[in-house]
Design a binder for this molecule. Structure first.
Ligand code: PLP
Length: 418
């Protein structure tokens, strides 16, 4: 029995699902099961309202001497504070951009200005190509790129190989927080520590991790961390955290008229204001979820942490149910961690293959039954090549988030059994 002082960390799924209008859709007469979260999540009503509300009442460019422009400036400042609470940093360390990929290319060009022959960059085979190609582009400067390998059996990062690849010549280590293909969560704190021991920068791609677990850039001590709000119940936008000293020290490619103050010197042209309004609403949604799960959570940051406590508990049970169900099916091979004792090291994102069927065929059949999954490489190209599945259609990816239900998990298992 719970008392008033005990945090109620259980997720209230009916409260949650009632907030997402799109979850009520049907496809081919079946209720839609959105197991495509890793490609992008659905949004709560308040995000839709914030976007349309901005366009209705505050639509203007920034820096003007009149009401709607001032409201726009205020709205953007609020969104920076909200993302600061989300990542545990200050508002002036938050940079908005169109998506993670564009922000990473911008940052790699700026960092690349100081690179040349003899400098090394360490990447991993687990990463999405958006945390690989922007850094490989710096090979043009004469810098060398090295790759840390994985343990093939469970698709975890080989930390000893990473330690071997990081040397006194390493200037940057770019790694993912979690894999968008096989769900592995990396030991980011240790990756950052190894990078810093060698005098290198640590650039973390948290795009896949953000809907599944709390992020604390101060505790991680990373130099940069990027995420995309459309993966955690917000609009299609990217967000970059940069340590203040780096945002000031590095030289962006920018127009002269743009201010040289941080973070704006990293934001070019007119941003997507309506979506930025949606970002505050999506952070507020997560915080409200936390307050709903734990009425003792006071500050927005503590409410966000409470939300992820409840989210992780629910997602863990979905993962257990899904893996158990899939293991019973003949011909199924799951890529990644399948040992329930180690589920704290993975997200509820499963990559699998079924003998005799291509991933595209499986995703199509599931789609016909209203179950939305993905097939292919999802840009985790280095991984599908490393595991030699790229030429066979990659994997089928089943990706749950907190609004998914046990019933949806059972439906996907039953459909695959057929
Ligand atoms: C792990 C990971 N990194 C980076 C990206 C790229 O993000 P964006 O679409 O915001 O450029 C994705 C997109 O799927 C991803 O899953």
């Amino acid at each position: 029995m719970t008392t008033q002082t005990e945090p109620q960390t259980k997720l209230d799924l009916s409260w949650i699902r009632a907030q997402f209008p799109s979850l009520d859709q049907t496809a081919n007469g079946y209720p839609a099961a959105f197991l495509d979260g890793p490609g992008g999540t659905q949004v709560p009503r308040r995000v839709i309202d914030a976007i349309s509300g901005y366009l209705e009442a505050s639509n203007a460019n920034t820096g003007g001497a009149y009401a709607t422009s001032r409201r726009t400036d205020g709205m953007i400042a609020e969104a920076r504070v909200a993302m600061g609470d989300f990542l545990n940093c200050d508002a002036d360390e938050i940079v908005f951009g169109p998506n993670m990929t564009a922000l990473t290319f911008a940052m790699s060009r700026a960092i690349g200005r100081q690179m040349g022959p003899g400098n090394e960059i360490v990447l991993t085979h687990l990463d999405h190509d958006a945390n690989i190609s922007p850094w490989r582009a710096l090979e043009e400067t004469g810098a060398t790129v090295r790759f840390a390998d994985i343990h093939e059996a469970d698709c975890t990062l080989d930390m000893s190989d990473l330690a071997r690849k990081i040397t006194g010549h390493t200037r940057l280590v770019a790694a993912g927080y979690a894999s968008n293909a096989v769900g592995t969560i990396n030991n980011v704190q240790e990756i950052v520590r190894q990078a810093h021991n060698a005098g290198a920068l640590a650039y973390i791609d948290a795009v896949h991790y953000a809907p599944h677990g709390p992020i604390d850039v101060r505790a991680l001590d990373c130099d940069f961390l990027v995420c995309s709000t459309y993966k955690f119940f917000g609009p299609h936008m990217g967000v970059l955290y940069g340590k203040r000293e780096h945002l000031k020290r590095l030289r962006p490619y920018k127009v002269r008229a743009n201010t040289d103050a941080i973070p704006n010197r990293w934001e070019w042209g007119t941003l997507n204001h309506e979506c930025i309004a949606g970002i505050t609403a999506c952070v507020e949604y997560i915080a409200d979820l936390g307050r709903h799960a734990d009425s003792t959570a006071r500050s927005r940051r503590s409410a966000i942490l409470a939300a992820y406590g409840a989210i992780q508990k629910h997602e863990r049970s979905l993962t257990e149910r899904l893996v158990r169900g899939l293991k019973n099916l003949p011909g199924v091979k799951i890529y990644g961690i399948t040992d329930a004792d180690r589920f704290a090291q993975r997200c509820p994102t499963l990559a699998l293959r079924i003998a005799g069927h291509t991933p595209l065929e499986l995703a199509t059949r599931l789609g016909e039954r209203g179950i939305f999954t993905w097939d292919g490489n999802y840009y985790a190209l280095n991984l599908t090549e490393r595991l030699d599945v790229e030429k066979h259609g990659g994997f089928l990816r089943i990706g749950a988030v907190h609004y998914n239900t046990a019933d949806e998990v059972d439906r996907v298992v039953a459909a695959l059994a057929k």
